[in-house]
Design a protein around this ligand. Structure first.
Ligand code: FAE
Length: 546
């Protein structure tokens, strides 16, 4: 079926009531059914978009924002084309697995790199990165002058590579996260809807307290308590029943088989198992993987002209396509959306985008650190790759620290943490005419504020435990991993670059629907907030006819 034949203008008149009535049923069924069914074979069900096609709604990116928008638009009867620069991730490699694991990264691991760039890139001070073939792998480590931004590439976006921690911020912090959004609406309607759609759940206590696989987290919990910090169990989208079966040895191992960062072959409810199959089940959604959008501009006959490059798995352009769309949703992630919009504004394709576009970008205060435990406090050679809790010192010290695994199969006596801190710095994306690229003004020195906040937790724990920081995990004698973020946020901030629902008002029919809307920080891991905000915004956009 071609993109053009999916055009269905009659569907646009569907009422808000009709749209809402469909919502729960379809997603509910898919969220349940998707878990037992195999991963949605998006590429098999879809045909790459054809050159010259005209589509009702084109969505750039298949992460959280894009998947929510696709499902809800399709349920409202609108034909949707999703364009994704990464691969479909539905075909096993020569080892029979779709994804490679943490300790044996191969070509599938990184996006167009000839050497891995692992977030924990050293052990005992020795570099552990290795050569890999250049390939359109799953994890992009995108380098800007002051920071490396890690992002997922493929159908499912960040959900393919992330730790699955599905954390709803405390309501008392919400006013600082999204000041123009009604908190009651979010906490009564959209956060619950997002969590149900994503399939979030907490580790069963009966198993947590006894399994070897969470010894590292129990050490984290115990030490937090001894220093007077609350340890908070947080939900994850990993299927906890499956993980217990992994432990029992009755199913293939994934979280207990060192699968982290480069995809999970089993157990994790990525978007490939939740929103995306639900969207495909409507029959109104088509996905084109290995297609990268390069330009969006007004079309002469109305709507928008969208240019894209179809890529091969070496990243070469196979063919360039031009399509038109009535509506275009930017859901390419904070960095992808911001880069496209800034370039379009400053090269004259979308000159009326306002000057807030490109502003307000933050790193969610990400800081990593390791601590060296006492010899009598081992963290275990068996470690699940799925985090299940964190240490909360947000109000007093500006830090929430996820107790992270270091699942390399040997005892390390290390406790690893990814902290989210209240780092106040915000950077800007700008178009660089000389290099024909978009720059980001983040400065490495700005991470010092995040380090100071993270220290509010770990200096105290070290003092209580009589322990020290590890200095061998991020370089030779380097304590803090301050050169990366997993949580890019902002660049097209809600109610500033867009209206209060993500509309780019200078261009009717253009919307932002992803992490770019959130001004730099969510106080916890961000994808539940991105999903809930997308649920809120798309509902308003559909109800008001755009
Ligand atoms: P995202 O999921 O990044 O999707 C954007 C999509 O657009 C991607 O698939 C891109 O390939 C695609 N794209 C970009 N540019 C183009 C283009 N020009 N043309 C076509 N396609 C394009 O955006 N968050 C949590 O809440 N909990 C966690 O445990 C967690 N762990 C993480 C661990 C790692 C290693 C990483 C990298 C991230 C983690 N995150 C976590 C962050 C989370 O995955 C991220 O906030 C969301 O994925 C962002 O969602 P968006 O919809 O904004």
């Amino acid at each position: 079926m071609s993109a053009t034949s999916r055009h269905d203008p009659g569907a646009r008149g569907l009422s808000r009531r009709g749209f809402l009535a469909g919502t729960g049923t379809v997603l509910g069924a898919a969220a349940l059914g998707g878990l037992s069914a195999s991963r949605a074979s998006a590429a098999q069900r879809s045909t790459p978009i054809s050159n010259g096609a005209h589509v009702q709604a084109l969505i750039i990116g298949t992460g959280y924002g894009g998947s929510v928008a696709a499902l809800r638009l399709a349920q409202a009867g609108i034909a949707v084309e999703m364009i994704e620069m990464g691969m479909a991730w539905d075909t096993p490699g020569s080892d029979g697995k779709i994804f490679c694991n943490l300790t044996s990264p191969d070509q599938r691991s990184f996006w167009l790199r000839t050497q891995t760039k692992q977030p924990v890139g050293y052990f005992l001070g020795i570099p552990i990165d290795r050569a890999i073939p250049n390939y359109t792998g799953i994890l992009d480590a995108e380098d800007f002058a002051g920071i490396t931004v890690y992002q997922g590439r493929g159908i499912g976006g960040g959900s393919l590579v992330n730790g699955g921690m599905a954390v709803t911020p405390k309501q008392e912090n919400f006013g600082a996260i999204l000041p123009s959004v009604n908190p009651a609406e979010m906490y009564n309607v959209y956060y619950p809807r997002a969590n149900a759609g994503l399939g979030a759940g907490v580790v069963p206590q009966s198993w947590f307290t006894k399994t070897d696989w969470y010894q590292f987290a129990r050490v984290g919990q115990k030490q937090a308590g001894r220093s007077g910090f609350p340890f908070q169990f947080v939900p994850d989208v990993y299927d906890w029943n499956y993980m217990q079966q992994e432990d029992a040895g009755t199913v293939p191992k994934s979280a207990l088989g060192q699968e982290l960062l480069y995809g999970n072959n089993y157990g994790k409810k990525s978007l490939q198992k939740t929103y995306i199959p639900a969207a495909l089940a409507t029959g109104k959604v088509n996905i084109s993987p290995l297609h990268k959008v390069t330009s969006v501009s007004p079309a002469s006959g109305g709507g928008y002209t969208v240019l894209m490059n179809q890529l091969d798995t070496s990243g070469n352009v196979v063919v360039t396509k031009e399509v038109t769309a009535d509506k275009v949703v930017f859901a390419a992630g904070s960095v992808g959306t911001s880069k496209l919009l800034v370039q379009m504004r400053d090269t004259g394709q979308l000159p009326h985008l306002n000057d807030q576009v490109g502003q307000g970008w933050g790193d969610n205060g990400n800081i990593m650190v390791g601590r060296a435990n006492q010899i009598w406090d081992p963290t275990g050679s068996k470690q699940s790759t799925v985090p299940c809790g964190g240490i909360d010192n947000w109000t007093k010290g500006g830090a929430f620290a996820e107790v992270a695994p270091l699942p390399i199969g040997i005892e390390t006596w290390a406790s690893l943490y990814l902290s989210i801190t209240k780092n106040p710095h915000r950077a800007q994306f700008t178009w660089n005419a000389a290099t024909q690229k978009v720059d980001l003004s983040w400065q490495l020195a700005w991470k010092q504020d995040g380090i100071t906040m993270a220290k509010s937790i770990f200096d105290k724990i070290n003092s209580t435990e009589g322990t020290i920081y590890r200095t061998d995990l991020f370089g030779s004698y380097k304590t803090w991993q301050d050169q990366l973020t997993y949580h890019p946020l902002g660049g097209a901030v809600l109610n500033q670059a867009t209206d209060n629902y993500g509309r780019l008002t200078a261009y009717p029919g253009l919307y932002v629907m992803d992490g770019a809307l959130i001004p730099g920080n969510t106080s916890v891991n961000p994808f539940v907030t991105i999903t809930a905000l997308a649920e809120r915004n798309i509902e308003n956009i559909i109800a008001n006819g755009g």
